[in-house]
Design a binder for this molecule. Structure first.
Ligand SMILES: [Zn+2]
Length: 237
């Protein structure tokens, strides 16, 4: 349940003007905003402000968190969830930013989402995702999709659904596409091979492709596209 404090603050935020200093950052990093209807743009900005205000942003190893970092991560969250409830990120508490990638167990990590309310991102990789907005690879969208996946309490590639029939249709389409990708990862022109890792990664990779290569996905995987469009309540293709 929304705490009274959070509820009051959100009401106050809804009435406050959008921060002037953030305007050029939004124009630079989220050009899609100019092409969506005014009400959708308003919801995007509302999500952005709530996310940027409510989440704790921390820099790892002395990294100073700037306004740009805050707006870029919050804007990516808002881009995904602009037509979803403001509550979808409520379980996320902290965004931890590293300057670059980090190593663990011999592997290079660009981002991580944890079920205890933490997302960790490499700022270099966040920027890389924005520089190539059409390549189907964006670490910020990827990790935030994992946060949405957890809205039903499970890290399983299925976020909280509006109804049982929506869940049924989703499961049917997703399992068929996941099985196909697993059979020949690397052959799909729209979905990255990493999506074959497990169902949770499949949803995160499919989300990246849906927002970055919507036309290609609509053409190549129309049923998958339709399920994502129904869930996110957007039709970018
Ligand atoms: Zn992932």
């Amino acid at each position: 349940m929304l705490s009274p404090f959070r509820w009051l603050r959100r009401r106050w935020l809804a009435r406050a003007p959008f921060p002037q200093a953030w305007e050029p950052l939004v124009a630079k990093h989220f050009p899609f905003e100019a092409s969506v209807p005014a009400n959708e743009r308003a919801r995007f900005r509302r999500h952005l402000v709530v996310f940027a205000t409510e989440k704790v942003f921390e820099g790892a190893k002395g990294l100073q968190v700037t306004d740009e970092m805050r707006v870029v991560v919050a804007g990516s969250a808002a881009r995904l969830a602009r037509n979803l409830s403001l509550d979808v990120y409520d379980d996320l508490v902290t965004v931890l930013l590293y300057a670059g990638a980090w190593e663990r167990d011999g592997g290079t990590i660009l981002g991580e989402a944890h079920r205890w309310g933490l997302v960790v991102l490499s700022w270099d990789s966040v920027k890389q995702g924005l520089v190539n907005p059409l390549d189907g690879h964006d670490v910020t969208l990827h990790e935030l999709a994992h946060v949405l996946d957890l809205t039903d309490g499970r890290f399983d590639g299925t976020p909280e659904m509006a109804s049982f029939s929506a869940l049924h249709a989703w499961a049917h389409v997703f399992s068929a596409h996941y099985t196909t990708l697993r059979a020949s990862p690397g052959r799909d022109k729209v979905l990255r091979a990493y999506g074959a890792t497990n169902e949770a990664e499949f949803f995160a990779v499919a989300t990246e492709a849906f927002f970055e290569k919507p036309r290609a996905m609509k053409q190549k995987h129309p049923e998958l596209y339709a399920e994502l469009a129904r869930y996110y309540r957007v039709d970018p293709g």
